[in-house]
Design a binder for this molecule. Structure first.
Ligand SMILES: *Cc1c(COP(=O)(O)O)cnc(C)c1O
Length: 382
């Protein structure tokens, strides 16, 4: 396969050791009987689904969560045999494929179970389809909302000759990353009222994303869906402090492709929105909004030679310009996310500037930017 972007010095670097460190911290902290499943949806939050899943497995993750069926299939194709839960709703027409690939799915309605059962029968599938019932306790996204609806679904799953394996039950919190826990407690009460109608709880009972596990550990259930924190990112942004050091795994670098003096009065980029106030040096960086480096980042900065350099003029689709402290050679390293010398630009800094969350920046990095992996500790032992 031809990798588009291989012949350009713009790369996402992923430190797998950081991922293992973050999982290790969580493994040490959690109840030993609670499993940790690594959430690797959206191409591992932009970090690369398969390498992240493999690193997570080495660090002790015993399963994976993804958002869509294709992500689960990608993990199976990569040879991973651990349990995989698809957190979103998969079309029931794929029920046979799901069952045959031993993938587990979130289910939030009786209609889904009926449709999937029909597909399994029509395809004469013998493997049971593993189901995690999603309970909507206040997230308002997917799931059963009433004890009555939930009871009917549980009965369906436990019928003699049911084509389903009732493997799990779960909910998702909307505000676990906030200091104010009023709404969180409301969801806890809803959760308790709902699961009270399930006599015999299934093997996996789970409520924790990263934030719930970090700040509401008491209600963990027996499985943590460990997402953003495994990438070293604080789920709350800057609102709450994590109980251990989260080590960011991702950095983003490029190299100057063009360097020129800009005379006072000359302008840069579309719209000529930037005009030099004095003679200065300007460098061109081969990354743009098509790479997921958002156009809104005009006026933000990058690191070159350990110094912050302002992004001047509009960010183009594939290139952007920065003001340099002095003439620098073409090929000089540019750090857009990460550390250079004593300075760091975090995904949080980028997100703050864009008025969004680091999740969006990380998973928005385009596939055109190759992911390069380092695993420092493994390198030392090999
Ligand atoms: C994405 C997701 C997670 C992981 O959330 P993080 O905040 O990244 O830890 C967990 N559970 C569900 C249902 C999700 O959709």
């Amino acid at each position: 396969m031809v990798v588009i972007g291989e012949h350009r010095h713009t790369q996402v670097h992923v430190d797998l050791q950081a991922i293992k460190h973050n999982i290790d911290e969580e493994m040490t902290r959690k109840d030993p009987l609670t499993e940790l499943w690594a959430v690797v949806k959206a191409n591992g939050y932009g970090h690369g689904i398969v390498p992240v899943a493999q690193a997570a497995k080495q660090a002790g993750a015993t399963g994976f969560c993804v958002a869509i069926l294709d992500e689960a299939l990608a993990l199976r194709r990569a040879g991973l045999t651990e349990p995989i839960l698809v957190l979103g709703i998969v079309e029931p027409e794929y029920a046979a494929l799901i069952a045959e690939q031993h993938i587990s799915v979130a289910v939030g309605s009786q209609a889904w179970l009926d449709d999937a059962a029909a597909v399994l029968t029509a395809n004469k599938v013998t493997a049971p389809l593993a189901v995690h019932l999603a309970l909507d306790t206040g997230m308002g996204r997917i799931g059963f909302q009433t004890p009555a609806d939930l009871s009917v679904a549980v009965q369906t799953l436990r019928q003699p000759n049911s084509p389903f394996d009732f493997e799990g039950i779960f909910t998702h919190f909307a505000t676990a990353d906030q200091a104010d826990d009023t709404y969180f407690m409301h969801q806890i009460h809803q959760w308790q009222a709902l699961i009270a109608v399930v006599d015999d709880l299934p093997r996996y009972v789970h409520v924790s994303n990263s934030a719930t596990s970090l700040w509401h550990q008491a209600c963990n259930g027996n499985l943590i869906r460990f997402g953003v924190a495994l990438y070293g990112l604080n789920p709350s942004g800057t609102e709450l402090t994590a109980p251990y050091h989260l080590q960011p795994a991702l950095s983003l670098t490029a190299a100057l492709t063009f360097v020129k003096p800009l005379a006072k009065g000359q302008s840069v980029s579309y719209g000529a929105t930037y005009t030099a106030q004095q003679d200065e040096w300007v460098g061109t960086v081969p990354i743009g909004y098509a790479d997921g480096y958002e156009r809104r980042l005009q006026g933000f900065h990058v690191l070159i030679d350990g110094q912050f350099c302002e992004i001047v003029g509009r960010i183009c689709m594939d290139q952007l310009m920065v003001r340099l402290p002095k003439q620098l050679p073409v090929g000089t390293k540019v750090t857009l996310v990460g550390t250079d010398g004593d300075q760091t630009i975090s995904l949080q800094d980028v997100a703050d500037y864009c008025g969004t969350i680091h999740y969006e920046i990380a998973c928005g990095l385009a596939t055109r930017v190759p992911r390069v992996y380092t695993d420092v500790a493994a390198g030392l032992t090999e």
